[in-house]
Every structure is written in structure tokens, then in C-alpha cells.
Design a protein around this ligand. Structure first.
Ligand SMILES: [Zn+2]
Length: 218
């Protein structure tokens, strides 16, 4: 069962479409996995729509126009923009993984491999807060212990990983601030969506060497 969810403020900002693109993606992925948050977002969107309609003074003529507009919208075939443009799966190291809808249309960079950790940056058109990547921890991989200089969001898509604070499964929305030091590792392998707004700083091993690695992960 999913244990970690976006808080109410994040869900409300998502419903109102006021988040940076990177965080919008993260919440959209979580909502695909989590029926409870999907329902919460639907309620928030309905309330927002009601407020907008209530705020607008409606004359009988407006009401007529609104009905026309609504039936016009409902008659349209599903927009081509809403159709996934790429395959719903991705192949990594010979294994095929399902991808959430929110990620399918995004261009991806080639995988960069560092030991048993792989990263493919997601290329977003819009200048956005933070950098979004797909990360793949091979079975048995451990990320050296590190502290964040900024925010780190990790969202498993397939497989599971654990750190000092718990065990995480697909859909878990794990948002960490710069106070947390931890060492993620995965027994079975884990494909994650990762969002960082600053490079991580390693606290064990050979810090200088590893911090170059941290820049690469970012
Ligand atoms: Zn949720």
C-alpha cells in the first residue's frame, strides 16, 4: 500500500495548475498510482470550477452560450495532444518497464551509467524548478550516503527501495528537504522518477570523487 502522499497544499496547487512543470509531473505520476489522491484532486477541481462559475455573473444569454460551449467541447473527439506519442514502456538493461502516462510524451536523454546506478534526464521545454530524471538502481545497488543541498523528490515507478527511514513502493511520493541524510538501496532493483533542485552532497567515502558523481546524478 502507498504510504507517502503529496500534502493538501500540493494537491490544491496541482488542481489549480500553479505548480512548476517538474512538480506537476511528480503529482500527476502519484495520482496515476493513488486512487485516494486522484479522488481528492477531482473534488478540488470540481470546487474550483464551481467557484469560477459562481464568480462569473450569469445572464440567461451567457448561460445559453455556456451550454453551447459545453456541448461543443463534449462532442469533440479526444484531442491528439492527449494521446500518448510514445510507447507506454521503456527498456532498461534488457528489461521492459511500464511508464506512467505523464512521462510517456517526454523526450529523454540517453542513459548515463555510474556503477549500478543509471540516470536519464527528462528534457522539459519549460524552464522549471529542479531537474527531473528517470533513475534506475540495479538489483543490489546502493547510493552512497548523502545529504541534500535542496529538495529531493523520489517516486518509485517499478520495484522498491529502502533507506534509514523506511521502505518505498511504486507510487510513494517521497519528498525530502535539505536536512535529511540517507542511503537509498534496492535489493530487487528500482526504476524511479527523481526530482532534485540542487546536487546532492556525499557524506561518506571519498567526498571529492563522489561529489563529481553527485553533479552527474543531478
Ligand atoms: Zn496519494
Amino acid at each position: 500500500m502507498i504510504n507517502f502522499h503529496p500534502d493538501n497544499a500540493l494537491l490544491a496547487a496541482y488542481a489549480a495548475d500553479t505548480l512548476p512543470l517538474t512538480m506537476t509531473l511528480a503529482v500527476a505520476i502519484h495520482v496515476e498510482f493513488c486512487p485516494a489522491c486522484a479522488q481528492r484532486v477531482a473534488e478540488l477541481e470540481r470546487k474550483l470550477a464551481e467557484n469560477i462559475l459562481l464568480a462569473a455573473p450569469v445572464s440567461p444569454a451567457d448561460e445559453l452560450q455556456f451550454d453551447d460551449m459545453l456541448s461543443y467541447i463534449l462532442q469533440q473527439p479526444e484531442s491528439a495532444a492527449l494521446q500518448p506519442m510514445t510507447e507506454p514502456t521503456i527498456e532498461i538493461q534488457g528489461q521492459v518497464f511500464w511508464l506512467p502516462r505523464a512521462l510517456r510524451r517526454l523526450a529523454r536523454q540517453n542513459w548515463q551509467q555510474m556503477g549500478n546506478i543509471g540516470r536519464s534526464r527528462l528534457l522539459l521545454d519549460e524552464q522549471s524548478t529542479g531537474r527531473a530524471s528517470l533513475m534506475y538502481l540495479s538489483a543490489g545497488a546502493a547510493v552512497p550516503r548523502h545529504v541534500h543541498k535542496g529538495m529531493e523528490l523520489t517516486l518509485p515507478i517499478s520495484g522498491a527501495f529502502r533507506d534509514e527511514f523506511g521502505e518505498y513502493i511504486p507510487g510513494d511520493f517521497i519528498l525530502r528537504d535539505s536536512q535529511v541524510t540517507h542511503q537509498p538501496q534496492s535489493k530487487e532493483g528500482c526504476l524511479c522518477f527523481a526530482l532534485l533542485d540542487a546536487p546532492v552532497q556525499f557524506t561518506q567515502g571519498l567526498p571529492r570523487l563522489l561529489n563529481n558523481f553527485g553533479e552527474l546524478l543531478y
